[in-house]
Design a protein around this ligand. Structure first.
Ligand code: HEC
Ligand code: HEC
Length: 298
């Protein structure tokens, strides 16, 4: 792709999108229209764990009202300038007019697991549902129960400001056909770590390079990327490049200090605000996952 000039690239993008849309319209609609998560109602929710899930998943990192101190006031407004245009985090507080105050648990589950809204609209992957789709039923029910304790914030969401053809949600059907239906990447023997890294912590959303259509390149898992939103390069965190021990990784995720006493910066600083509140067991699981991915790359 590197040898294509920009005009050609755009043509390829449009062509690729249109073709993918056609193929996908047919089978995506057949397979995924009847999302039904009513069974989640049978789970006895644990609100405290829901709060923990909220922290690990970093919902506040993007959705907290701009300029408000509390991470629980989710009026949105944060801008994410990308190559595709600027996305704005919507209001997901419990406001009935501007947020998701009139949603059911089924709506909430469909958004997180399918990237689809209550009126059938497809979400842009700037909302990392591509990772959250792997959330466990218990954690999802707990997160929803915790959501019921959150306040309403009465401000309207801002429209995204996107370039054609990305401005159309229709293209997302094709995008999902290309990038959405992939399973776990990491090894099965690191289940808790894999879950925290690949699903809730959505580490790959920043640390894995993307294709020119913005899909994660699973064959380059955690191999570092140009940040979509800031000028920073997101470092590779594969065992080949990151020589830190399990305890050094745990130290970084809990205090923000690197082994040579550098301090975490950029968008990772907000991630560490979250990981610093995780249990030792979970930090250990994350660090073990990163270190044990060795067999996959070497
Ligand atoms: C990296 C930033 C980011 C993170 C982290 C994030 N979101 Fe979002 N979210 C977005 C963006 C951007 C959109 C808008 C997507 C669109 O318009 O297609 C969105 C949309 C949503 C919507 C749809 C709102 C509507 O009005 O239809 C819900 C619900 C939502 N997010 C919930 C969550 C939850 C729950 C979490 C944590 C588990 C979370 N988000 C984490 C950026 C983020
Ligand atoms: C919002 C984007 C983003 C997310 C999500 C993210 N990271 Fe990072 N990460 C970064 C950036 C940017 C840096 C570089 C920080 C710096 O320059 O100080 C970084 C640095 C790191 C480093 C240090 C690497 C080094 O060589 O210095 C580790 C380890 C790390 N991240 C692990 C994780 C883990 C584990 C997760 C998931 C729980 C995660 N990251 C989620 C953006 C992100």
């Amino acid at each position: 792709m590197a040898i294509l000039d920009n005009k050609k690239k755009n043509q390829v993008v449009s062509l690729g999108l249109s073709a993918a849309v056609l193929v996908a319209l047919v089978f995506w609609n057949n397979t995924n229209s009847a999302a039904n998560y009513q069974y989640l109602k049978n789970i006895v929710p644990d609100v405290q764990n829901g709060k923990y899930v909220f922290t690990v998943a970093g919902c506040a990192n993007c959705h907290t009202t701009m300029g408000k101190k509390s991470e629980f006031v989710l009026g949105g407004g944060m801008a994410f300038p990308t190559a595709f245009g600027t996305f704005y985090a919507p209001n997901i507080s419990n406001s009935k007019d501007h947020g998701i105050g009139d949603w059911t648990m089924n709506d909430f589950a469909t958004a997180l697991k399918q990237g689809v809204g209550p009126t059938g609209e497809h979400y842009f992957p700037a909302f990392p549902y591509t990772s959250y789709r792997l959330i466990s039923d218990q954690d999802l029910a707990d997160l929803w129960a915790f959501w019921q304790t959150l306040p309403a914030e009465e401000i309207a969401s801002r429209n995204h400001d996107l370039k054609f053809p990305f401005s159309s949600r229709i293209g997302l059907i094709g995008w999902k056909a290309l990038y959405f239906n992939e399973g776990w990447v990491g090894p099965d023997n690191e289940r808790r770590g894999r879950y925290l890294v690949e699903s809730l912590g959505h580490c790959a959303e920043c640390h894995t390079p993307r294709s020119f259509l913005g899909g994660l390149q699973q064959d380059k898992w955690l191999q570092g990327a140009n940040s979509l939103t800031d000028k920073r390069v997101v470092p590779a965190i594969t065992p080949k490049t990151l020589s830190w021990s399990v305890s050094e990784i745990m130290e970084y995720l809990s205090t923000g200090f690197t082994p040579d006493f550098d301090v975490v910066g950029g968008s990772m600083a907000r991630v560490v605000e979250n990981t610093s509140r995780l249990s030792r067991e979970d930090l250990h699981a994350i660090a073990k996952y990163l270190v044990n991915m060795r067999e996959k790359w070497e």
